[in-house]
Each structure stands twice: as C-alpha cells, then as structure tokens.
Design a protein around this ligand. Sequence first.
Ligand code: GLU
Length: 441
Amino acid sequence: MTVTTRFAPSPTGYIHVGNLRTALFNHLIARKAGGTFILRLDDTDPERSKQEYADAIQQDLEWLGLTWDRLERQSDRLDRYAEEADRLRAAGRFYEAWETPTELDLKRKKQLNMGQPPVYDRAALKLSADDKARLRAERGQGVWRFQLDQERIEWVDGILGPLSIDAGSVSDPVLIRADGQVLYTFASVVDDIDMGITHVVRGADHVTNTATQIQIMAALGAGHPAFAHHSLLTGAQGEALSKRLGTLSLRDLRAAGVERMALLSLMARLGSSQPVVLAGSIDELAEGFDLSQFGSAPTKFDETDLFPLTARILQETPLSAVAGEIAALGVPDALAADFWAVARANITTKADLAPWWALFRDGAVPVVDDEDRAFVAAAFAMLPDPPYDGATWANWTNAVKDATGRKGKTLFMPLRKAVTGQDKGPEMADVMRLLRKKPTL
Ligand code: GLU
C-alpha cells in the first residue's frame, strides 16, 4: 500500500503557522516513505470558500517547497458524496432531523442544567412517518444525521497513543445540511476512502471528528487510515494563538523576511523531543522526521525564533542564490561577491541588505559623541578620497593613532560610529574597502 497523505485546508483564509504544521507533517510522512501527498481543498462551503484563498494556499505551499502530487477539490466531488449518502440512507445509518438551531440550543441548556452532557437526544429517530411528512411540509428538508453505534470507539493515535471515545458522549453528527450542503465530516471520509489515504495527521481539535469518522468509514465498508493528532500551537507565554494566527500567516512571515528552511526546520521539530536542527532541504527533514517523538502538550511557538535561524541560513547562502536580488539593489557586478560576503554575516533578513548597500554607496549619517568631535574631524581630514582597498583602514588608523595618540577602543569605536552610524557591524577593514564615498561630518 502506497503511503498516501493529504493536507486539506478550507480555502476560507490564508494559511498560518498552525496549518503549516499539519501540511508539513503530512508532507514529510509521504516523502519519507516515497509515497503520495495530496493537496485537497475542502471547499464544500460555497459562501466562505474563495478562489483567491485557494490560489494563495498553493502559492504559500510552493514557496515552502511543499509540493503536492495531486490536487483535489471537494466541490468537484459532490456527486460522489451524494452516492455515498444514499448508501448510508439505504443502510439505515442516516436520519433526517428538523430541529431549529434555537430548539437545539434549548435542549442543550436543559441538559446542562440537569448536569447531563449536551448530546443530541435523537428525538428525530422516534418520529413516525406522519410526523416526518408534517415536518417536511412545514419546515422543508431536514438535516441528515449519522446514527452512531453506541460503543467505545478506539484507535491507537500516532501521537496521543491509545484513545477511546464513548460514542454515547458524542452527538450524532449532522453530515448534510438542510440546504443540501455536504459537511466536511462526511466529504472528508468519502475522500479519504476514495483517495486511499493511509495516514491522517491533523490538529488535536479533530479528535472527536476522528471518532465519528471511524464509524462512518466502517458504515461505508472501509477501514480507516492511521490517525495522529498534533497538539495545537500557543504563543510564547502559552496564550491561545488562535486570535493572533491572522498575523502569523505564511505570507506575513515571508514578507517579514523569514527564510523557508528556517520555518520548516523549526516546525518539523517544535513540540517534539528532537532538537531543532537547521536542515538544508525538505528531504533532509523527511529523513529525520519521527511522529512518535511529538508530545501531546500544547506547543509554544515564538516567531522570534525564526530570525536567528534565518540569519544562520543567510550566512551560508552562496552569492549565486541571491545574485538577482543583489543586482536589484544596484550593487555593481564587480562588487557583488565582496558585498555579499561582508553583508551576509551582518544581516537578520534580506531586508537588511538595502541599508548596508546604501551605507557603502552613500555613506552614513555619522554618530559622534561630543567628546570625540575634534578627534573625528581631525581623523576625517587625514582620510584620502576613494577608491579604498583592503589596506585603507589599517593605513588610516595607524596615521590617526600616530597623530592623536589614541589607540584601541577609543581610537576605533569613534571612527566606526562616525563612518557607519552604528556601534557594530562588519570588520572596519571590510567597510572601508566597500565604501564608495569619503565619509564627512
Ligand atoms: N478542512 C479541515 C480543516 O481544515 C480538514 C481537517 C482534516 O485534516 O481532516 O480543519
């Protein structure tokens, strides 16, 4: 059996770090096993699903390199869902129910008041043919609920271990709405069977769905894939991330300059007992991926962790990988290698390149402490005009040292701040070599 996994986002928004975890785990499982990874758009909700989000999801996954072997859309498969719904009806596992949301709410409140779990009471199962005809006449089509077998539903979860859920504690799920819209719980089951999905990894918020889906699969005569539920992400302080996820969309992180392998390397290990290792490729991540190393506790995610990783990647990135971007900054070809070699060790993201280039090209606004003003003026008077070379800094500072008697930090730091406008950065010999203009006060 070919290992087949899927990432099944609803195209109702941009994907964020939480979704990315799901996508990545499923992708890595398929890649590690030489299997198939399917991108499935769960777009049965015509109001909320948008083509722009479907496109954006694909762009984001492409950026990350999480390529898929097949693209499926649930909206193309409505006929299949209707066929399988008929089979459930024929098997007596589907029943129509007419309660309004308000009526259901009232039932739940009553149950809670009496200390009972708010589980649907199956009143619709007891309706006579006459009742049903009357309700249909009065209220139109009902919803279709799946009648759960009242038993314990058990599986060995790939992350959570052996799980057992009492079907009696779960409401018979509505699988088809009154307007005929097939709901995810059912469409997903039909897809997972038809597409030969062998492993489903998704968030822990789906554990109850899994229990009901296992029964629906069985009712359709199918076995079920191996299920694993990863913990949900929280913010760095353990706070719920859901509200902030909008600002942690993959496109925002990308726009903030996060390198894709930084994000993938972190997400492949965060929440597991294996340390985060900066991987060079997705294959490398796949090789080291081990679902059983992940824990059930909520996983803290701090996006600031992405920046040191990004910086490390850039430090090892060859010029060839960034030549276009360097040229776009206006760096002359002859200077590109030198500029990149110096700049890459002093940036967090590629966005920091432009200021460095501006500094080398135009000079900086000097930062000079009051007590250094005369010293810096004297030193600048001793600096020849460009072009500069690798010896300029040593020659200049030696001359300044002889003339002023300053040495060490009191010699070098005021000059660094005056030339670069900052108190840290590349070796000053490198800065001077790259400088196109004579610094002035
Ligand atoms: N569309 C569902 C979601 O985004 C898919 C869940 C699943 O993987 O089955 O939550």
